[in-house]
Design a binder for this molecule. Sequence first.
Ligand code: AMP
Ligand code: GLY
Length: 423
Amino acid sequence: MKVLIIGSGGREHAFAWKIAQSSKVKKIYTSPGNGGTRLHGENVSIDLANMEELKSFVLSKKIDMLIVGPEGPLVDGIRDKFEADHEISHIPLIGPDARGALLEGSKEFAKDFMKKYNIPTAEYRSFSIETFEEAKDFLKTMNPPYVLKADGLAAGKGVLILDDYDEAVNELNLMFEGKFGQAGSKVVIEEHLSGIELSVFVLTDGKSYKLLPEAKDYKRIGEGDTGLNTGGMGAISPVPFAGRDFLDKVEDRIIKPTLSGLAQEGIDYRGFIFIGLMNCSGDPKVIEYNVRMGDPEAEVVIPRIKSDLMDLMMGVAEQNLDTRELIIDDNTVITVMLVSGGYPGDYEKGKIISGTDKTEGSILFHAGTENVSGRLLTSGGRVIAISSLADGMDKALETSFRNAEIINFEGKYYRKDIGFDLK
Ligand code: AMP
Ligand code: GLY
């Protein structure tokens, strides 16, 4: 099979790395890809806004499957556009259609969906500029901290957690005035949940599902979970505090009702569902849905999948996922993200990366790297995820941190406390 992966991060490199191991896969293209995905195939540059360009690529290269990494194209309806064109509609695309993608693309849709199908989540209401006064009254009924969420996609920045009522009202006003553009024209105000966060991942063909390994990521830039939010500075799987009992609750109370809710809504969901959870004293509540794998969660989840991921993807495409095998490695995988100095604020690109050929015992998933005339250069904030699989967290950490020292580029930074809170 010939596969086209859409995306450019560590997640897409993890997909390419894994499916390259499948005997079913002959050729992998990644658009736009990075310095790591090219090790498994060819990087190409396709303008997704131009459906004709995508179509002619897929037809001329005889692509048998598309795997869409990020949420943007899914929310924009890439699958709907594919299915609407009879020349390419037979080519399977892993990822939901635009209605399914609303689980991530609209917080209001996601919350209303959870309410309708009795899926445990924080209490909430949603507001727009027309109901600003009601929003202020609603905030008064809530206990701080106040949680404000822009309805639409806001590059991971659309959630504000504020201690002070006046500040919350002020921020709400700014959101309505366009702080996050159109994404903030509606705002969900919700109850603040306390507990420990983790995420579960489901692969579904719309009829049955496979539960993938759970993971926990480290979102803040600074050690001890301080400083600004990032795309993710590291991750771990399995999550020590997510025992069998807890995961059974997640399946019964969240995953099964989510999938039956999607079916009842007439949404033919084929792809990944990433469920961000709060463990509230042993009871799971949904913080958010994403309609894709996480990044860097993919860099710890995918290495734990022993089975052929391509076979599972074909199960999704052919809607016979229940006949496919999923074997999970019991070992622990940790990933430590090397980032550019200054990230998540301004940072420089084009720094020479050295030492990737000298690491041992880890899988290097490239995120913001590019190969320019044979030299590996930084090209993004998150540069390389160093994933290590080992029998136990300590060994996995030791390997990732050792290799984090060996790889170098000017301004390199990483969190040295990944996993420490779980020991
Ligand atoms: P989201 O973009 O929905 O993932 O939210 C970003 C982060 O905000 C989450 O990962 C949580 O850490 C936090 N968060 C979101 N909603 C809540 C909530 N209701 N209570 C506590 N923390 C929350
Ligand atoms: N690491 C969080 C995400 O992929 O959204």
